[in-house]
Design a protein around this ligand. Structure first.
Ligand code: HEM
Length: 150
């Protein structure tokens, strides 16, 4: 073995020895900022919710209908993505629990939005407004407390 070969073997051995040390110290870091594939539909959800509340206060179910459909689409988009906070969880079972919890909560929101759509079709603005106030709006805080990062 010539000197070049010896240097090469030495470099390979050094890498092999130090790699596990490096990997062992690589803990997930706190994540700042969110997944924009969730943030964008969430912004849409927020904007449509404000307009929906105004339409319902005016008993304008015709104006409310396309807004609720928009909110359903936004929910659908965000539901299939992973919140940025999930990157902080290294344990596989805990990560799955977090992601499943997020997805199921988004499904719950979608169900409420579908119930509201059915009420709007029947012209029941007051009943629709009740679900918005009692379920849809509070889901923002509970969803963010559990799944949104800093
Ligand atoms: C009508 C109800 C909701 C509204 C109006 C809403 C609104 C928003 C807004 C305005 C943002 C910030 C977007 C940005 O930074 O540009 C956001 C982010 C976020 N929301 Fe919601 N939200 C709602 C419900 C929920 C629910 C139920 C969950 C969880 C199941 C959730 C999870 C999140 C997450 C995880 C982020 C940050 C994205 C990330 O960390 O990757 N939201 N939301």
């Amino acid at each position: 073995m010539n000197q070049k070969h010896l240097l090469f073997v030495g470099a390979v051995l050094a890498t092999a020895v130090s790699a596990p040390l490096f990997l062992a110290s690589a803990q997930p870091l706190p994540v700042h900022g969110g997944n924009e594939k969730i943030e964008q539909p969430m912004e849409d959800l927020n904007g449509s919710l404000k307009r929906l509340e105004k339409a319902l206060a005016a008993k304008d179910t015709a104006a409310a209908l396309p807004l609720i459909v928009k909110m359903q689409s936004a929910c659908q988009e965000a539901k299939v993505e992973a919140p940025a906070k999930s990157a902080e969880i290294s344990d596989a079972a805990k990560k799955a629990e977090f992601l499943n919890g997020y997805r199921k909560m988004m499904i719950g929101l979608q169900k409420d939005l579908l119930d509201i759509e059915a009420l709007l079709i029947d012209g029941k603005a007051e009943e629709a407004a009740k679900i918005v106030a009692e379920k849809v709006k509070p889901s923002k805080k509970s969803g963010h407390d559990a799944y949104k990062g800093e």
